[in-house]
Ligand binder design. Structure first.
Ligand SMILES: Cc1ncc(COP(=O)(O)O)c(C=O)c1O
Length: 481
């Protein structure tokens, strides 16, 4: 293929992709939220033998869109309340396209100077929005899991270095022990990161939590009092079920007294700092040593976009750097992104984060966070105590998370679990909205997360009406007496 043919083929493919993407984006408000297709349908449409011959790129894109179409979840739409996902604000989606077309390798400054500087700037903007101390180091990861991996690697490095051990060079066999302390309701990805770091998913001391899932400071104090060395302590800013925050000021005092490393997992919750009306929830988070958050959740940047920050750039760098001889260090103070995450070649993730923050501005991020929290309260108020279906909201709705349960009139917990599961399944199948299930303190619950930039009060009202109508059809509780 000569240059002209390559140019034409690229142009045609981009034009078709834009057309298909615009069609999807324009309809995402109205789509049925759950996909219509199941895996077998999708395998039939997208599967088949390995093609012997190639085809026109536009035909390939058409085949992809036709094959994928009804297997797509309207997660960027306004009535997707599953997990804590968020959609993609327009500038971030556009910047993400550009990142693909520009195809910069964000491993090193020399491979993509603009990608490196976009990370530098977007990282500093994000740190400011999140209320983190000046001078924090930042890495752009696939998501919160790998952000926690990098943060905890930095903590491991720091604690072992102080004990006279080089973890990166010598590994962990024979190393001094590092006590690891986590809240009883730490996110599963904290355990996964600890496992990948050789510190053990379960070789942890779990600290009791309160009724909202917050780590109990008195219980942490008792755990730390029993230790003879500094610990790696993992706290949470935003419980994945309730949205509650660990008591970070007290935790920071305790970890400081212990001489340990405090990590704050704020995959979504840390963004509360951007909203003046909710900033108090995050008080004390600025005293942590490292932080995890996601841009692909509440900042509404497309996947994959996580952020790790640390207050100890040297430890962060030491834990992540590769330093191969042929890697070009510019020496001029430029940022080589591979020094801050567990990846070398990778996508230039900074562009989309830069675009999201620039297009929203400080006010726009605050508005989005504040509005979604207000909508979560509206959701809860619409559902709680609605007559005849045994429905109640279980958590204090302090953030964007709502936990709902459908009790059985007999009070039987297992029957309540079954009713709750049945309503979740029926709501998902009906398609007006999508929400997920979870297990909270041993019982089945419906979990609602309001994280998408498109969601309006009308979407919440329609969703509340749909949940009540569907629940009424299957779990109607006879009036007492
Ligand atoms: C508190 C917390 N930590 C970590 C994660 C994992 O995030 P990711 O899927 O981006 O790795 C989540 C996801 O919901 C979360 O809520």
């Amino acid at each position: 293929m000569d240059h002209k043919a390559a140019e034409d083929a690229t142009d045609a493919a981009l034009a078709r992709a834009a057309e298909l993407a615009r069609g999807w984006a324009a309809g995402v408000n109205r789509r049925r939220v759950a996909p219509a297709a199941v895996a077998a349908d999708l395998r039939a449409r997208l599967g088949g033998p390995l093609p012997d011959r190639g085809e026109d790129p536009v035909a390939t894109l058409d085949a992809l869109a036709a094959g994928a179409e009804d297997g797509l979840v309207a997660a960027p739409g306004p009535r997707y309340f599953g997990f804590v996902t968020g959609g993609g604000v327009p500038a971030a989606v556009g910047a993400d396209w550009l990142a693909s077309v520009w195809d910069q390798n964000a491993a090193m400054y020399v491979m993509g100077p603009a990608a490196s500087v976009a990370e530098e700037v977007a990282g500093a903007w994000a740190a400011e929005l999140l209320g983190l101390p000046a001078g924090v180091s930042v890495g752009f990861t696939t998501g919160a899991t790998m952000a926690s991996f990098a943060a905890l690697a930095a903590g491991r490095h720091s604690l072992l270095e102080r004990a006279g051990w080089d973890a990166e060079r010598d590994g962990l066999f024979g190393a001094p022990e590092v006590p690891v302390v986590v809240g009883e309701e730490a996110h599963v990805t904290i355990h996964a990161a600890l496992g990948m770091l050789g510190m053990g998913r379960d070789r942890v001391t779990r600290v009791a939590t309160d009724g909202q899932g917050r780590m109990r400071a008195d219980a942490l104090a008792a755990v730390l009092a029993g230790l003879d060395r500094p610990a790696l302590v993992c706290a949470q800013a935003g419980n994945v079920n309730t949205g509650a925050f660990d008591p970070l000021p007290e935790i920071a005092d305790l970890v400081r007294a212990n001489g340990g490393w405090l990590h704050a997992d704020g995959a979504f919750g840390l963004w509360a700092a951007a909203d003046p009306a909710r900033r108090h929830l995050v008080a004390g988070a600025d005293r942590a040593d490292s932080w995890t958050t996601d841009a692909h959740k509440w900042l509404n940047v497309p996947y994959d976009s996580g952020l790790v920050f640390t207050a100890h750039p040297a430890a962060h760098h030491a834990a992540m750097t590769l330093g191969a001889a042929y890697y070009v260090e510019t020496g001029g103070g430029e940022r080589d992104p591979y020094n801050w995450v567990a990846e070398s070649s990778r996508r230039a993730r900074g562009f989309a984060v830069w675009a999201a923050i620039r297009s929203l501005g400080r006010d726009g991020v605050a508005e989005m966070v504040g509005r979604t929290c207000d909508l979560a309260r509206r959701f809860a108020a619409g559902l709680h105590g609605a007559p005849g279906i045994g429905i109640r909201v279980l958590n204090d709705v302090v953030l964007n998370q709502v936990l709902v349960r459908f009790d059985d009139p007999t009070g039987d917990a297992a029957a309540g679990d079954a009713r709750t599961a049945a309503v979740i399944e029926a709501v998902q199948a009906e398609g007006t909205l999508w929400l997920g299930g979870s297990v909270w303190h041993g019982r089945r619950v419906m979990r609602i997360s309001v994280s998408g930039w498109r969601t309006t009060a009308d979407d919440v009202d329609r969703s509340v009406a749909a949940v009540l109508r569907i629940a009424g059809g299957i779990v109607s509780v006879p009036p007492r007496g």
